[in-house]
Ligand binder design. Structure first.
Ligand code: ATP
Length: 268
């Protein structure tokens, strides 16, 4: 039984098909999971289930000891940090970066009438510094680069001191420099023993930060493979996942993948 997250035979049915299909999965404290899969495999749906934002059609989802359907999901939201492009898009571009992070304490996207104390201010400053974007505190969210926005989003998600951190495609759309800077911040977080359990969604093995421990590979809404990263990031599993012969390489703790030479020769 995962002490952070436990999914038992979970299905989500939409439009007459299972977009999440009989998934069993558990996450324990200290684990750092990557969810990998092709477009439409069900990654975002799974993150939404893990974040108590989506409910199973059948099966049981238990988050931090609370079973969905028997608890008020909104009560769990402050315990779950979430970053996604959809969430970033809801933040007003005129909002100051410092406020973007502070408002994360209340789970709102714009400063209104919430009361903040000195402790909130210094926590927001500390998180921005830890993510390497402390110098942007007084800039507006709309004026910073997309890579900087992603790091501000992680700082914001950490503001309520969550017990579970969910990162939906944090590196998507970043250039090489922006990606590497973000990955280095996420590696520092992954290696911090006081950091929450983490789940990161990506399409690309190159976007897996060092320090991540486990992988869940999805195909067609179901689990293709689950376990320690090295056990699931194999040529065979990734080839089946993406429907193409792939070769995976590991250098240090980072992975790269490319179409296998033999499949390229065949298609030439
Ligand atoms: N409300 C809905 N009604 C019908 N189908 C839906 C609904 N929501 C999601 N889907 C479908 O469920 C599948 C899984 O969607 P999901 O967004 O979870 O996939 P994903 O792996 O995150 O995809 P991507 O990598 O493209 O972001 C997709 O085929 C999507 O079109």
């Amino acid at each position: 039984m995962g002490d952070v997250l436990e999914l038992q035979h979970v299905t989500v049915r939409r439009g007459g098909r299972n977009i999440v299909d009989r998934i069993d999965w558990s996450v324990d404290e200290g684990e750092r999971w990557v969810i990998l899969g092709s477009n439409g495999a069900g990654k975002t749906s799974l993150i939404q289930l893990a974040g108590a934002r989506l409910f199973p059609t059948t099966g049981q989802v238990t988050i931090l000891g609370h079973t969905m359907g028997r608890t008020n999901a909104a009560d769990l939201h402050p315990l779950i940090g979430l970053t996604s492009s959809a969430l970033d898009a809801r933040i007003p571009s005129v909002e100051k970066v410092h406020d973007v992070v502070r408002t994360g304490a209340y789970g709102v996207t714009a400063h209104w009438r919430e009361a903040y104390d000195e402790e909130d201010d210094s926590r927001a400053r500390g998180l921005l510094d830890a993510l390497g974007v402390g110098s942007l505190a007084d800039r507006t969210f709309g004026s910073i680069s997309s890579g900087e926005r992603k790091r501000v989003g992680v700082a914001r998600a950490l503001m309520p001191d969550p017990e579970l951190l969910l990162l939906d495609e944090p590196a998507s759309g970043l250039d090489l420099g922006g990606r590497e800077e973000l990955l280095s911040s996420l590696t520092a977080l992954a290696r911090d023993i006081y950091a929450p359990a983490m789940v990161l969604v990506t399409h690309h093995v190159e976007e897996i930060p060092e320090g991540f421990t486990h992988g869940l590979v999805l195909r067609g809404g179901g689990v293709l493979a689950s376990g320690l990263l090295d056990d699931v990031l194999t040529d065979e599993i990734l080839s089946e996942c993406f429907g193409l012969a792939l070769e995976v390489e590991k250098t240090g703790e980072r992975y790269t993948a490319r179409a296998s030479r033999s499949s390229l020769d065949r298609s030439a």
